[in-house]
Design a protein around this ligand. Structure first.
Ligand code: NAP
Length: 525
């Protein structure tokens, strides 16, 4: 595919109206062709009017038709995996093989959502048949199903240019729910965004859907994001990025005349707790594993196990030495953007200013965008006294925390704000501490990992990628996994309706063979 750099508004490709940009190759420090268009409020308005025009027909597509559309996107993504990977590698400085895998996984997510749509469980259909003879008052027939919210705005993330970007979980789950999508492409990977966007645009056309089902816009600075959140036709927003950016958009949406949900995924350090039995039994193995997982994607992962807690006792020195040895093997690698690199450098300095000592480091930076891998250490007292030490450093830095005992471990666990995940390494001898730690973690996280690491993440029915603030702005939902669709639907009850006017999933014959709650009993009859 020849990149043109245009915006994708419905079926049209639209040239720049508000300037242009070029992609940046962080590995070479050079700008890459072609120029990519910036749009403004007029393009946002056009995309959202098209999305609104598409809503009625798209949200009423049959389940089989919508599932086939998602499968088509998956096929097209997979067929273009080499092209997507090559361009993404240029725009990130990371290996193409990583992005081939990410594209194949993203295609798999679209296929899983196609299955979710066919199964129709997300509709949560419930039927309470009429009881005309009920005393003292008869009951009318009540039937409930979930319906799509309306046009959704999705902010593509910087750090996973496919699976959290244009063809990512947010897009797959919104389209599965029946919501048209207007995607705000991240400027860190405009070419990768264009390829994915044109694939979805082609799939919309081939599936015979209204062109407004998908648009992709790009802009300079905050104006375009603000225009998207402000637009009266938007019904929900998703965002993955910084706490500052996420909360600015969240607050803006709450000030609209008609506030709308903004599902933000923002910040998490994914604390890892190594209980004394596990530390003594396999401290070195845990130290090595921590660095291997923590340095994935140059540490630019929301699930990076950033902070590890262990009691200064048997196994601590082994864990620390193994982690130091592993970090010293890490090459200098470029970070995604110069902005992210500069923030990383400032945050590492902040940690050191607050008393973190350097235990080990990877290769010194070779290029301007390189982020040096670091292993830092503080004591339990220090991290309890200084909240800044508990905050995310987005990039290849890990922090070990040396504790005085398991009481202090519980105390530091209680000091955390909301997290996407937390991890516990334990042996059977650790049972009593594990039982005390578990409710503390449950209250603060969306996923608790046992004797493993928070990376890699499974995208499945039982996945949660969410958690209390500031991990997200709404802990009731997940942004990854099949449950992500629930963000984009709302219940409607049809009371006393004739069968022929009901939506197909609620009709008496149940031709789609869906699982439905009929008078409180789950049945496919
Ligand atoms: P970001 O600065 O939060 O930006 C994310 C997206 O939101 C971009 O498209 C950005 O547009 C837009 N945006 C941000 N603030 C906005 C505002 N006030 N009004 C309108 N639009 C706004 O995130 P980033 O660019 O990905 O990286 C910056 C930092 O975010 C990183 O250093 C890291 O700390 C954090 N981050 C965290 C995670 C995580 O999962 N924990 C993931 C990615 C990033 P522009 O690009 O045009 O500004």
């Amino acid at each position: 595919m020849t990149l043109t750099g245009e915006l994708l508004i419905g079926a049209s490709r639209v040239p720049a109206t508000a300037g242009v940009m070029k992609a940046f190759n962080p590995a070479t420090g050079e700008l890459i062709e072609p120029e990519f268009a910036f749009g403004g409020r007029a393009e946002v308005d056009r995309a959202l009017h098209l999305a609104d025009d598409a809503f009625d027909s798209y949200s009423h597509t049959g389940l089989a038709e919508r599932a086939a559309f998602l499968d088509l996107i998956a096929d097209k993504l997979e067929a273009a995996k080499d092209e997507i990977a090559a361009r993404t590698a240029l725009e990130t400085g990371l290996p193409a093989a990583q992005f081939e895998g990410e594209t194949v996984r993203a295609a798999g997510v679209f296929r899983k959502f196609a299955t979710v749509v066919r199964q129709g469980r997300f509709l949560q259909t419930a039927i309470d048949p009429a009881q005309p003879d009920r005393l003292p008052t008869p009951r009318m027939d009540h039937r409930l199903q979930k319906v799509a919210l309306g046009p959704v705005v999705i902010f593509g993330a910087s750090n996973f240019p496919i699976s959290y970007s244009v063809a990512g979980n947010d897009t797959a789950s919104a389209l599965a729910a029946g919501c048209p999508v207007v995607l705000k492409a991240h400027n860190a990977h405009p070419g990768a965004s264009e390829i994915q966007g044109r694939i979805i645009q082609q799939a919309v056309a081939e599936a015979g859907l209204h062109e407004g089902v998908f648009s992709l816009v790009r802009g300079d600075g905050n104006e375009i994001g603000e225009a998207l959140v402000d637009h009266p036709l938007v019904r929900a927003v998703t965002f993955t990025g910084s706490e500052g950016g996420g909360m600015a958009l969240y607050r803006r949406a709450q000030k609209r005349p008609d506030p709308i949900p903004v599902f933000t995924e923002m910040t998490s350090v994914n604390p890892t707790f190594v209980l004394p039995g596990a530390l003594a039994a396999r401290g070195a193995e845990i130290g090595t594993g921590l660095v291997q997982r923590g340095m994935y994607n140059v540490g630019q992962a929301c699930l990076k196990p950033a902070i590890l807690f262990a009691v200064d006792g048997p196994g601590y020195a082994e864990l620390r030495d193994a982690a130091v040895a592993e970090v010293e093997k890490v090459d200098a690698r470029p970070m995604l953007t110069m902005g992210i690199h500069d923030t990383y450098t400032r945050n590492v300095q902040r940690m050191q200013d607050h008393g973190a000592t350097r235990l080990g480091s990877g290769e010194a930076p070779v290029r301007a965008a390189d982020g040096q891998s670091l292993l830092l250490e503080v004591t339990g007292e220090q991290i309890l006294a200084e909240p800044a030490l508990r905050e995310e450093v987005f990039g290849p830095t890990l922090l070990l925390v040396r504790l005085t005992g398991t009481e202090q471990m519980l105390e530091v666990a209680r000091a955390f704000r909301g997290q996407l995940s937390a991890t516990m390494h334990a042996e059977s001898t650790d049972r009593s501490v594990a039982e005390q730690l578990l409710p503390v973690l449950e209250r603060r996280t969306g996923r608790i990992v046992f004797n493993a690491f928070s990376i890699p993440q499974e995208v499945s029915y039982a996945s949660t990628h969410g958690g209390p603030f500031p991990a997200t702005s709404d802990s009731r939902f997940t942004s990854v996994g099949m449950g992500a669709i629930e963000r984009f639907v709302r219940p409607v009850t049809y009371q006393n309706f004739p069968d022929e006017l009901l939506p197909q999933p609620l009709r008496e014959t149940n031709e789609l063979h869906l699982w439905r709650l009929v008078d409180g009993e789950l049945t496919r009859d």
